[in-house]
Design a protein around this ligand. Sequence first.
Ligand SMILES: C[S@@+](CC[C@H](N)C(=O)[O-])C[C@H]1O[C@@H](n2cnc3c(N)ncnc32)[C@H](O)[C@@H]1O
Length: 302
Amino acid sequence: MLHTAYRSIVGRLPVSVKAPLKRMALTIVGSPSVPPQLTEPTNPPPVDLVKSRIEFAESYFQYARLEIPRWAHHSRENDNFTYDLTEQSLDYLAATVSTVTGAEIDIIRSYLEEPEADLSDYLCPRAAALPIDKPTSFGRRLGWYAIARAMKPRVTIETGVHFGLGSVLLCSALRRNAGEGYAGKYYGTDINPDAGVLLAEPLNQYGKILYGDSIASLRGIDETIDLFINDSDHSAEYEGQEYGLVESRLSPKAIVLGDNSHVTNELFKFSARTGRHFLFFKENPKDHWYPGAGIGISFPRD
Ligand SMILES: C[S@@+](CC[C@H](N)C(=O)[O-])C[C@H]1O[C@@H](n2cnc3c(N)ncnc32)[C@H](O)[C@@H]1O
């Protein structure tokens, strides 16, 4: 009704007056599910065409919709979902990591296969008591792993660890790297004192979790950082603060990953300001309604 009233009153005004009024009106009533039309279409499409258009558009979402009841009835997860990536998404992830690190794509593909083999026996019993459906279905985190394997970081930081799926994966990469002669250590940060329960012997030999606000924890790490992953407080302001804080401590080869880049452009802005490349990998979950997030990747220019 508000939109009908808006159209009848504002519709007659010139555009220069109408546009700011429209912006103001939307801040009050919120964006409608059907955008308001300032003028009625002169030739409205026939009803059959409208119906077939709706069917066509909805067909794009049908597969995801079918997954919703399965998740609603059977999943133990309400957030931080676990899922595999589609084959195509894995191909694109391998190509993205190869581009960023300069490593051959076949090497990256072999890295992407390591976690399942290395971590099934470790993770499945430990995750059994937690609300995690598929503990070895790491989704986009596989990209974090492959980057850690390819670049052999000496210091890796992940802000926001939750149960510790990323911690386990990154420490597992450091264990493999150490076996190849490249030592490295991991710091995770989390404000929740119960976070990181999955990081245990023997993987906790490669890193530890710092409890408390991430910004405070980052201030206490006085080391040069090779790999930084932001995944804590997902507000744009907090994310930007984290990047600003680590900026002066990044090594020349450092890679910064953002788990929030599908929502904010903070890592994009950080990359532009510091003269770094920026890429975004969009993940595509397999057999899950969740449309997927992605990996923002900030890396040095040669
Ligand atoms: C999306 S989860 C992290 C997921 C994790 N990286 C993984 O791989 O599964 C976000 C985490 O950030 C933590 N967090 C939120 N605000 C924080 C803050 N200000 N400082 C530190 N951790 C924070 C939450 O407790 C939560 O565990």
